[in-house]
Design a protein. Structure first.
Length: 245
């Protein structure tokens, strides 16, 4: 029998099988993530994804767009304390992660980036060529960006990719998801009839043409080691990257 959820009236978290989770209304992605068991198993699966990519707990993880902590919840459950930094432009999710994850696990750190994103932080500071992630150069073993490129216009994606290349150690890896198709315009924002019956709000879907995205990755110094078309949430593709020698 599944363990019962413990959620008090007005509480902002759930305890499920020994893990602290955000309540269902705070969980992004599809409706399946509203289920506690599905959410926790998906978090653990993401932790295992990192291990399958060659990551080891001694290597520092950068989680860009960490949201309400799905990856760190999985890492805590699977590996315990690791060197982890989660970043997000959405202030509320960072505050939740600090309150419920960082407080009890001091090796997990979270930082709010008050930078513009039309969907998640429209009033944030501009992202231009001077933009820097709050991370030291050459200190990250693996960078993880789930459902980030799927909400970034091309100009911002270019800058984020350049910053990822800066912060990675030699031999560092990246996992990211994106909406990617062949035979479509280079970049489409909220294309009608694609991925969702109706897009809701700005930058709900930013879709890239496969060759165009490959060129953006190459320009930032990345090689594409593996491409899983449509294998991720909402039909996003999974991209596994390495730094080109």
């Amino acid at each position: 029998m599944a363990a019962a959820r413990r959620l008090l009236p007005g509480a902002d978290h759930v305890r499920h099988r020994g893990s602290v989770l955000p309540p269902p209304e705070m969980r992004w992605c599809g409706p399946e993530f509203k289920d506690d068991s599905f959410f926790l198993l998906s978090a653990m699966a993401e932790a295992e994804r990192l291990r399958a990519m060659g990551w080891e707990p001694a290597k520092r993880v950068l989680d860009v767009g960490c949201g309400y902590g799905r990856l760190p919840i999985g890492l805590i459950r699977t590996f315990g304390e690791v060197a982890y930094l989660g970043l997000d432009v959405h202030r509320g999710s960072i505050e939740w992660c600090r309150r419920h994850l960082e407080r009890g696990h001091p090796s997990y750190r979270f930082a709010w980036m008050d930078r513009e994103n039309e969907r998640y932080n429209p009033g944030g500071g501009a992202i231009g060529e001077e933009f820097r992630l709050p991370v030291e150069t050459g200190t990250i073993g693996l960078a993880y960006l789930y459902s980030v490129a799927s909400h970034l216009p091309e100009a911002h994606l270019r800058i984020y990719l350049a910053e990822l290349a800066r912060v990675l150690v030699p031999g560092g890896r990246v996992f990211l998801t994106a909406f990617v198709e062949e035979g479509v315009p280079p970049v489409s924002i909220n294309p009608p009839g694609y991925a969702f019956a109706r897009c809701t709000g700005p930058l709900h879907v930013v879709r890239y043409e496969r060759g165009h995205l490959d060129a953006l990755l190459a320009a930032a110094g990345f090689r594409l080691d593996r491409f899983d078309h449509g294998a991720e949430t909402d039909g996003q593709s999974g991209l596994y990257l390495g730094v080109r020698a």
